[in-house]
Design a protein around this ligand. Structure first.
Ligand SMILES: C[S@@+](CC[C@H](N)C(=O)[O-])C[C@H]1O[C@@H](n2cnc3c(N)ncnc32)[C@H](O)[C@@H]1O
Length: 331
């Protein structure tokens, strides 16, 4: 497993390249006439998926530090990135810095990023105009590389498509993306030029522009009189969805009973708020935000809910903004 982690060898499964935003990107980049670069080629899954989506490029150039198939040039592309390519389609290696440290795995000195995929993506964007990359869904909340980001698609496995797994090269939509992780993933589509806004999608469904969606968030709050993990708090919060539906909610602290409030706990907490809280109103606010923003700003984590969506977490910063009395939700 560690060897697998070391090179981030989670091969792509399913076919996000059949989705509409990718088809538009392929047209705009003149993919058909291009030699496409796959700098982290693994077992060459991506060209097969492109093929299965009935798309073509003039040719491919493959590189990998540890080639998993014939016809791949062995190269450390993070240290020595291939040049002369306008189009790059890839699924770069992912490895969180803290996970590397914990496991005693090497992590490139050259980067200040907290995950290897961000460094890999930066290399792709520095050397190529058009970049399509399968990366963690959390990327859209990182605020990185937004200038040239044209579309971001949250790739949600569709249960009815599981019958098409392993990919039959013709399956509809997106089936199970990563057979061994179920990690929430997205497809980021970059252009060579600055884009006016980022279009956000969930598979083929357009959710809105990133700036437009952001307008439904409350003003950030720096109100430190709202205290998290306060054993005597007057507001309870269950900050993660259950496996069934969008169930994050505020509740009376008594409902959490003697649940031990731990300093580092990020899922269930009691919050000390120095005024009387209206729990129903807070839950209404939360529901409105979730509906209008389609959960784009809530971290997704492993596991699909029974209603077909990723489970989400509400972080402390957004919680504070919702709870803060001074804040109303902008319509
Ligand atoms: C997540 S896998 C993706 C494989 C392939 N793109 C796919 O979608 O099936 C990442 C790949 O990056 C390769 N890799 C990791 N570090 C690398 C480096 N420094 N230079 C080149 N390839 C690297 C791994 O060997 C692995 O094959």
């Amino acid at each position: 497993m560690d060897e697998k982690r070391a090179s981030g060898r989670y091969y792509t499964r399913g076919n996000p390249f059949q989705l509409e935003p990718f088809l538009s990107w392929a047209e705009a980049s003149h993919l058909e006439q291009q030699v496409a670069l796959e700098p982290f080629a693994g077992a060459k899954d991506i060209p097969q998926l492109i093929d299965a989506a009935n798309l073509q490029c003039r040719d491919w150039a493959f590189f990998d530090i540890k080639p998993g198939a014939k016809g791949i040039v062995q190269r450390d592309t993070l240290a020595d990135f291939p040049t002369g390519f306008d189009v790059c389609i890839t699924n770069p290696p992912w490895l969180a810095r803290n996970s590397a440290t914990r496991r005693g795995l090497p992590f490139p000195e050259a980067t200040r990023y907290d995950d290897l995929y961000k460094y890999a993506l930066e290399q792709c964007l520095t050397h190529c105009g058009w970049v399509a990359a399968i990366i963690p869904e959390a990327f859209i909340r990182s605020g990185l590389f937004l200038q040239r980001l044209q579309d971001f698609i949250s790739l949600v496995p569709q249960t009815e498509d599981k019958t098409n797994y392993p990919p039959d090269k013709g399956g509809r939509g997106v089936s199970v993306m990563f057979e061994d992780t179920e990690h929430p993933v997205g497809l980021a589509l970059f252009a060579p030029h600055v884009t006016p806004d980022v279009r956000i999608w969930r598979n083929n469904r357009f959710l809105g522009g990133l700036n437009e969606l952001r307008r439904h968030l409350p003003q950030p709050s720096g109100n430190r009189s709202i205290v998290f993990n306060d054993p005597d708090g007057n507001l309870g919060l269950i900050a993660i969805d259950n496996t069934v539906s969008a169930s994050i909610r505020f509740c009376p602290p008594a409902e959490l009973g003697d649940y031990p409030i731990r300093v580092h706990c990020r899922s269930i907490t009691k919050i000390g708020v120095p005024w009387d809280v209206d729990i129903d109103m807070l839950n209404d606010r939360l529901a409105t935000i979730r509906e209008k923003t389609h959960d784009v700003f809530l971290t997704a984590f492993k596991g699909i809910r029974r209603d077909g969506h990723y489970r989400r977490r509400l972080d402390w910063a957004l919680t504070r903004a919702i709870v803060d009395n001074e804040n109303g939700v902008k319509e």
